[in-house]
Design a protein around this ligand. Sequence first.
Ligand code: CP
Ligand code: NVA
Length: 309
Amino acid sequence: MTIKPKKLKNKSFLSAFDISNQEFIHILELAEKFKNKEFTINFQGKVLGLIFDKSSTRTRVSFQVAMSRLGGTTIDLNPNTSQIGRGEPIKDTARVLSRYCDVLAIRTFKQSVLGEYAKWATIPIINALTDWEHPCQALADFLTIKEEFGELKGKVITYIGDGNNVANSLIICGALLEVEVRVACPKGYEPDPDLVNKAREIYSNKSLLKITNDPLAAVSGSNVLYTDVWSSMGEENQKEQKDKEFNGFTIDTDLVGKANKDAIVLHCLPAYRNKEITEEVIDSKNSRIFQQAENRMHVQQALLTLLLS
Ligand code: CP
Ligand code: NVA
């Protein structure tokens, strides 16, 4: 398999908007090849730096293992034990790290912080989650859906929960691949209208993106039900309030029963069992949640390959 398109070489992946439909398809194809052990590449000597301002299990470890499988190494730059936590200007950190590392994956709060890294770095910057987006997660989500149904065309993905980072990247990726995405959130938690409009501009069929406050109506005819925590990292103090406002938005067996018979359930994890999703559904036959988590590693191998070669 040849590594194409070369257009991603040395590019940053700050947002799902940063890739084209063709590039997205290529990442998925390459990820499948890595997963099936049909493709290898040797990035010996290449270094991925990880800067995580928030906790992480899946993203951190899947990037570490992905890089190790590619023959490269990772450095975990703990902000608290580096000068990052002291507040060294990003423009200095980014320029210095560019001289040591070949690529950086960054998890932080504001999307603008990521933009500042990308402005000053001379190496690719990958969004490992911000308050605004979680694009690497969405790559794994679509790989999981493709594996399940073979064909993405004509499928309906319904996200039930908070219209923030995970939903945002899902919406953009749906638009890139022309797959129907429905988002059902409580009033006041809808995804940002500018992001929704920008995504809708990409869709040929604009009606394939639907935002609603009615989870019951949204699940009818769905192939995929997807949820995420109600209170994201950084919102811990809103938990009590949000638990009340999200009442009625739990993915439970009843709700799954209202989707298509062969519908699958996804969750980016970590989950609060019996809040946004019931224990029963996480461990049900419809759940592809752990396959989805595994796929983080395969899509990130593909992404790193395309950014570095
Ligand atoms: N889904 C996800 O990003 O999980 P972590 O927070 O464990 O990285
Ligand atoms: N929306 C969640 C996703 C965690 C992977 C958060 O930002 O905490």
